[in-house]
Design a protein around this ligand. Structure first.
Ligand code: GLN
Length: 198
């Protein structure tokens, strides 16, 4: 059993599914809504949902600066889908609240607004065997900064270009897809491994 305490940002989105997955791999998971909650966390998950709502609520709850400073000082963090958008430094559309700790420009709803959800299979750097993943009104990464490692990408059907869907930058992991909605626990295990190493 791990002693690690994983906080899951619980302002909006599918935080319950992340909590269940973290518990299923033997760590403690709890809901984070305030700076005091955040202070208890050895790792943080920012769930999928609606990134503009998460950003607005984070501002109202006074969470933007505390999250930014803990992540900048090395707190392991996983952002999924809307969580990835919120971690990023810019989007290709209008401005919205973002933490700006992950050096990527994100394109929201990149697979087409009409494409509600789909599943795909791809290889992930450092994982044995391919990953089967669920995408829901998902973003992809339009542009990565120099310190961002691309762990997985999918092919843009309209241009044939590779579009990153799983990246790492130091203590930050981010996915376009929803690892909490399958029974593949490897992404959450990678976050726990980063927290153990610390
Ligand atoms: N489309 C949402 C956004 O832009 C993300 C969807 C999700 O998190 N499943 O915030």
């Amino acid at each position: 059993m791990s002693e690690l305490r994983v906080g899951v940002l619980a302002l909006q989105g599918d935080f319950r599914e992340h909590i269940a997955m973290v518990r299923s791999i033997g760590a403690t998971a709890f809901e984070v809504r305030t700076p005091d909650d955040l202070a208890q966390a050895d790792a943080l998950i920012i769930p999928g949902g609606e990134s503009t709502a998460i950003g607005r609520l984070a501002r109202i709850y006074g969470m933007i600066d505390p999250m930014r400073s803990r992540i900048e000082s090395g707190l392991p963090v996983l952002g999924t889908c809307a969580g990835m958008i919120f971690l990023g430094s810019a989007t290709t559309g209008n401005d919205q609240p973002q933490l700006g700790v992950l050096d990527v420009v994100v394109e929201r709803n990149a697979f087409g607004r009409q494409v509600d959800s789909f599943e795909s299979e791809f290889e992930v750097t450092g994982f044995d065997g391919s990953m089967h993943a669920v995408f829901i009104r998902a973003p992809w990464i339009h542009k990565v900064g120099a310190d961002v490692e691309i762990l997985a990408a999918v092919t843009d059907p309209s241009t044939g270009d590779d579009r990153p869907v799983f990246v790492r930058q130091a203590n930050i992991l981010a996915t376009s897809f929803h690892p909490e909605l399958t029974d593949d626990t490897r992404v959450h295990e990678a976050l726990l491994a980063m927290a153990e190493e610390r």
